[in-house]
Design a protein around this ligand. Structure first.
Ligand code: SF4
Length: 460
């Protein structure tokens, strides 16, 4: 079976749509009212979450590029259908001193849809596109020459985004939802951005520009714990993923220990750590003992020369070998629930991304495979994202290797990630999605059991 945007029955293939949207982005039809209907677009955490949160199908969360210059050529459009909200009398204010106030009653049939222009994607025009301008790219779609792809959901902004912590900070600036989990940056600005590491930042990253502008530069343990509790209560999060950049000492245990101790004891949510390799690998045993469930190490590319070129600070302060040793140690010596090695497909040749996936899987860890997103403000912001045709074999290989190796994918309850293709989502990219029936059944039972244990233990 050919893998493409539509299945043989004519319905949308959500996995392919998610992948292709990472590669091409989404233009906005003038009918959309994202200011009212969507979560605010926040560029944070290295910049990957710089897009619009969208749910494809039942629960495939994705963060779609909408503001980058290269999106202006996308064949995909977001369209709002249905009537505009109408004014109706407000029963609460009727007969009061305030008189007859009104409410905005939404049309119950309002929905968002993704459409695709009928003409083939013009790579020549795309290659000729110049890096100018900033979206969102709003215009009016010519629907007569476009095809409805699928109805999608635009997740509302949670109310806790506008709540304040007891220190007065806006919770949205402490952490944000990236799909269904809470993402938080912890610690000082990555030292690759200065004061002594100028020009050593990773070339795809904007973290040094985001901290302090898009998110709070200084957060207390209480700020994060209060935000996590609010997000658990309203958004039913199960997982808090905390990341940081380089600190000169590489003592990430010292940096994170007070935060994780308090988060675990107050919430018992699942906790993830994403940091450069610790100065002392024995500290990973302490993280595990404290209740950290997942460790993620981002080495981005397997090609040693590209590793140095893309992340000079990362190469000087850590080095590819150190990242790989840390993954091996965490997966095989410590044994967290899961360990991830993170790469960015599109920054190196396809064969090299595939070699990285093989290395990670062969060492008992799970690959996290991002699609390179040239974000505004990054050193690589004027590049173009990779072609979906090149990404497809990478993600097919990713799924195949995870299933063959029997890795524990898709087990954590309600963890839908908008920034990446989850390994289990890549099943929809396979020529034969029905393969591995026994393994899939085993994962289904493991997920049910894990969820029951989590629900029994969670404190909020
Ligand atoms: S290590 Fe690289 S990707 Fe991570 S925050 Fe620092 S500059 Fe950005």
């Amino acid at each position: 079976m050919d893998v493409g945007l539509f299945l043989h029955n004519g319905s949308c293939n959500p996995a392919f749509l998610k992948l292709d949207l990472y590669c091409k982005g989404l233009r906005i039809d003038a009918s959309c009212e994202l200011g009212d209907d969507a979560r605010e677009i926040i560029r944070n955490r290295a910049g990957l979450g710089s897009g619009l949160e969208v749910v494809i199908g039942r629960d495939m969360y994705t963060n779609v590029p909408v503001v980058e210059w290269w999106v202006q050529n996308s064949p995909y459009w977001l369209v709002k259908r249905g009537q505009a909200p109408r004014a109706v009398p407000d029963p609460v204010s009727l007969g009061t001193a305030k008189g007859s106030g009104t409410l905005r009653e939404p049309d119950p049939f309002t929905r968002y849809e993704i459409w695709r222009e009928n003409k083939p994607f013009d790579y020549a025009a795309y290659d000729a596109l110049k890096p100018v301008g900033k979206g969102p790219w709003v215009a009016t779609l010519d629907r007569a020459n476009a095809t409805l792809v699928d109805t999608v959901t635009i997740p509302e902004e949670p109310k806790w985004y506008k709540q304040r912590t007891s220190s007065g900070k806006l919770m949205q600036r402490i952490g944000c939802l990236q799909g269904t989990y809470l993402g938080v940056y912890w610690g000082p600005r990555c030292q690759n951005w200065g004061p002594n590491g100028e020009n050593e930042y990773c070339k795809f990253c904007t973290e040094g520009q985001n901290l302090g502008s898009q998110e709070e530069a200084i957060k207390s343990v209480a700020d994060v714990v209060e935000t996590a509790i609010a997000a658990r209560r309203e958004s039913k999060i199960t997982f808090v993923h905390v990341n940081t950049g380089f600190i000169d000492s590489n003592d990430y245990w010292g940096l994170f220990e007070p935060l994780y101790r308090e988060l675990k004891s107050k919430t018992n949510l699942l906790l993830g750590l994403q940091a450069p390799p610790d100065a002392d690998f024995e500290n990973y045993r302490k993280f595990k003992a404290l209740g950290v469930n997942n460790v993620s190490l981002c080495f981005e590319v397997m090609d040693e020369e590209l590793f140095k070129e893309i992340g000079p600070g990362k190469a000087r302060r850590g080095g590819l070998k150190r990242y790989l040793e840390a993954i091996d140690f965490c997966a095989n010596e410590v044994g967290f629930d899961t360990v991830n090695g993170e790469i960015i497909a599109g920054l190196e040749p396809v064969e090299s991304s595939i070699a990285a996936i093989d290395w990670i899987v062969d060492h008992g860890a799970i690959p996290t495979v991002c699609v390179f997103r040239p974000v505004l403000g990054a050193a690589y912001g004027k590049r173009k994202p990779p072609r979906v045709e090149d990404m497809l074999p990478v993600f097919q290989h990713f799924y195949k290797r995870c299933m063959e190796k029997g890795l524990p994918i898709g087990i954590a309850p309600n963890v839908k990630v908008s920034l990446i293709m989850l390994p289990e989502e890549c099943r929809g990219l396979m020529p034969n999605p029905d393969a591995y029936p026994i393994r899939r059944a085993a994962l289904w039972f493991a997920a049910k059991a894990f969820k029951a244990v989590f629900n029994a233990r969670v404190k909020v």
